[in-house]
Ligand binder design. Structure first.
Ligand code: PMP
Length: 353
């Protein structure tokens, strides 16, 4: 840290993203990317002509992509916000709506706490129940920015939409942000509620179910007034927040909807297959509706399993937080990758005996 850094940022502990190693080829199951490439029509969209167009700025209104998404999800374009990854819309939401403080579960996406710290927002972290479920009653009537990932990460567990509605209904003076980064793998969306409640913000991403993590594209649904607030923040920080190529890839992605639905189905099937294998090996596996599972066993310490898998070329995600340090979060890859993972887990357990 230099002596020039502004006082308010000195104590902020930055978010640590999952490893993106370059040292060897891993079976990479640590950052919830899709194991599948984007649809062929998406790859084909990057032509020499499109690259040459990069001399021009991108459309700051992202009109075409907003209209495509509006058509796909049956909402008005003015109820959609587009961002550079959904991390950016989360960032803007904390900046815009965190003035009364923020509340989120103790075990959830680690970035929520970082954004709260960055903006000097008082954050309250409500412990998940012993079974890692969210007790929705604890978020009712808080009068703070409420942030809940549904499905939650790293557990993969969901909260029913009627409970979300109760939270939204009982916090009429503040924004309730539902992070649906993983909803396409079997969760239930609360999108229909945005027509009914002006304080609901639903965030989504192209990074997981749309196989586009490296393209950095996120979006959000909300009432036109909330979207206008987010646009204000965007135009006050980075009007061209999404580059031309990513906007194009986003449009092509929306057109290839059936390809992505098929991939989501495959991932849900592989999740079920993988869950069964882990259960057979004596692991506890939380009930996941996401593209990852959260597993632990009495046989081996969570950190040891992570390190031994890594040494054998399989990368999963381990968190050191004492409540979950016995677990590992494992992204659902292809069936072949998961078979290799299971074989490697067996090797590690055998060696550990
Ligand atoms: N929300 C959750 C719950 C996540 O796990 C992630 C991925 N790390 C994000 C949001 C952000 O993803 P992206 O910025 O790639 O859209």
């Amino acid at each position: 840290m230099s002596r020039f850094l502004n006082e308010q940022y000195r104590a902020v502990e930055a978010y640590t993203p999952g490893e993106q190693p370059r040292d060897m080829q891993y079976i990479k199951l640590n950052t919830n990317e899709s194991p599948y490439p984007p649809a062929p029509s998406v790859a084909a969209a990057i032509t020499k002509e499109e690259v040459e167009q990069l001399r021009l700025y991108s459309d700051p209104t992202a009109k075409k992509l907003k209209e495509s998404l509006a058509g796909l999800y049956g909402v008005k374009p003015e109820m959609i916000f587009l961002s550079n990854g959904s991390d950016e819309v989360l960032n803007f939401a904390f900046m815009a709506f965190g003035g009364h403080g923020a509340v989120f579960p103790d075990i959830s996406y680690g970035f929520y706490e970082v954004f709260a710290d960055l903006y000097g927002i008082n954050s309250e972290m409500i412990p998940l129940e012993d079974d890692f479920s969210v007790d929705y009653r604890k978020y009712c009537g808080k009068n703070k920015l409420v942030v809940i990932a549904n499905p939650n990460a790293p557990t993969g567990m969901t909260i029913p939409v009627w409970q979300i509605e109760e939270i939204v209904r009982t916090n009429p003076e503040t924004v309730v942000l539902i992070d649906e980064a993983y909803v396409d793998f079997g969760g239930e969306t609360c999108l229909p509620l945005v027509e009914k409640y002006e304080n609901l913000l639903v965030t989504r991403t192209f990074s997981k179910s749309r196989c586009l993590a490296g393209g950095r594209l996120g979006y959000a649904f909300a009432s036109p007034a909330l979207i206008a607030d987010l646009e204000k923040i965007k135009y006050s920080t980075n009007p061209y927040n999404i580059n031309r190529l990513t906007l194009l890839l986003g449009e092509k992605t929306v057109e290839a909807e059936s390809y992505y639905q098929e991939k989501c189905r495959e991932i849900a099937e592989t999740r079920q297959w993988s869950t069964q294998r882990f259960v057979e090996l004596g692991f506890a596996v939380l009930p996941s509706k996401a593209n990852f599972i959260f597993v632990k066993t009495e046989e081996i310490d969570g950190g040891d399993l992570y390190r031994k898998l890594k040494a054998r070329g399989v990368l999963v995600r381990h968190f050191t937080n004492s409540r979950i340090c016995q677990y590992n979060r494992i992204t659902i890859g292809t069936r072949e990758q998961m078979e290799a993972l299971i074989d490697t887990v067996k090797e590690v357990l055998y060696e550990n005996q």
